[in-house]
Write a new protein. Structure first.
Lengths: 110, 116
């Protein structure tokens, strides 16, 4: 059974803190790993599409790394702001399978 | 702005009463997807269309059907909703099929279905 796990399930951080969370996925039959940000009452928004082992991507204060050999990706947020509060989803694309994790719910306290 | 639109945002139906959820896109993308997300669970792919080619996931119940009359519109039909079908239903598009996994998916805001 293919499984994508995200940790932690939820976390609260203070404004200005940096934070990171993890997505674990199968290390075989890997094609891509996607990260999304999903704010309440809005559409999930694509952050990164990562395909190569060792990939590092950055968008503003958010960055992500990818290790396909061991099956994990980290998402980092530097200097968290209240507007970063959202659920962060990762999705694994393997051989003909697109599987989401359950997400990490981030709350940034002002 | 180009986008993926889902209507309605909230849908209430009765047990066993057919219901249709709608999705439209102005991105002119070839692929449209339907996901089901139950509370505290991961979104689960139900099926997708690559142009007019329908691709059903193996574990999608027969109760769920889909139609894509043209590039812009895609519908999710639930023939006889049960209480267990209450969920958020997300529509997404991508320019091409994610055969290599590299295609970004663009999501609508979802329709939350309540079954009474």
């Amino acid at each position: 059974i293919l499984n994508v796990e995200q940790s932690p399930q939820s976390l609260h951080v203070q404004e200005g803190d940096s934070t990171n969370f993890t997505c674990s996925f199968p290390s075989s039959n890997f094609y891509a790993l996607h990260w999304y940000r999903w704010e309440t009452a809005k559409s999930p928004e694509a952050l990164f599409v990562m395909t190569l082992n060792g990939d590092e991507k950055k968008k503003g204060r958010i960055s992500a790394t990818l290790n396909t050999k061991e099956g994990y990706s980290y998402l980092y947020i530097k200097g968290s702001q209240p507007e970063d509060s959202a659920t962060y989803l990762c999705a694994f694309w393997g051989t003909y399978k697109y599987i989401f994790g359950t997400g990490t719910r981030l709350k940034v306290l002002a | 702005d180009a986008m993926v639109i889902q209507n309605p945002r909230y849908q209430v139906t009765q047990f066993g009463k057919p219901v249709t959820l709608s999705c439209s896109q102005t991105l002119n993308h070839n692929v449209m997807y339907w996901y089901q997300q139950k509370s505290s669970q991961a979104p689960k792919l139900l099926f997708h269309y690559y142009d007019k080619d329908f691709n059903n996931e193996a574990d999608t119940p027969d109760n769920f059907q889909s139609r894509r009359p043209n590039t812009s519109f895609c519908f999710l039909d639930i023939r006889s909703p049960g209480l267990g079908d209450a969920a958020m239903y997300l529509c997404a598009t991508s320019r091409l099929h994610s055969g290599s996994g590299g295609e970004t998916q663009y999501f609508g805001p979802g329709t939350r279905l309540l079954v009474l």
